[in-house]
Design a binder for this molecule. Structure first.
Ligand code: FE2
Ligand code: FE2
Length: 173
């Protein structure tokens, strides 16, 4: 789901860079999804379940890398905050605020893409090897708990946000 989201964010950014103006609602969705799904659900799961268990397992050997990933989550939150902060101005057609959104979104999309690549293709495959089958099963069930706690509605709502982002771009003038 985050990948589909990121693809839509990138399309919105390209539109802006070409002087087109997606509706403000598009950027509201960018922020809402980032806060509710990416952060409250996905990053929470990583920071409070996976990173903690990985740190224990590797006894300090990967702390620097975990810190770097956590720092990227933080940086993402700050960039989303910048987008949210410039939205009011964007709605009013303020060029300076529009420029700010372009910069923040470009940085956010690049960061998220790099972060996901690093986690999925480099970091996780490397460090998960150290887990036994039982330990992996324990991680899975902790993830399932996090998912249940966040509620199935989080998925439906987040999916609807991403879909709406796509159609807002299609119907852009
Ligand atoms: Fe992450
Ligand atoms: Fe992740």
């Amino acid at each position: 789901m985050i990948r589909h989201y990121l693809d839509n964010v990138t399309l919105g950014l390209e539109a802006l860079e070409n002087g087109r103006k997606p509706p403000a609602r598009f950027f509201e969705n960018v922020c809402t999804f980032a806060r509710t799904f990416t952060d409250r659900y996905h990053h929470f799961k990583e920071e409070h379940v996976l990173f903690v268990r990985l740190a224990e397992k590797h006894q300090g050997a990967i702390d620097a890398q975990l810190d770097a990933l956590r720092h990227q989550h933080e940086r993402g939150r700050a960039l989303v905050g910048e987008v949210a902060g410039a939205l009011e101005g964007y709605r009013k057609g303020d060029e300076q605020m529009t420029g700010r959104i372009v910069e923040a979104i470009a940085a956010y999309a690049a960061l998220l893409r790099r972060h996901m690549h690093q986690e999925d293709h480099v970091f996780y495959p490397m460090v998960l090897e150290a887990f036994s089958g039982d330990e992996l099963a324990a991680v899975q069930s902790a993830f399932a708990e996090a998912r249940a706690r966040s509620g199935e509605r989080t998925f439906e709502t987040s999916h609807a946000l991403v879909t709406e982002m796509g159609s807002l771009l299609v119907h852009m003038t």
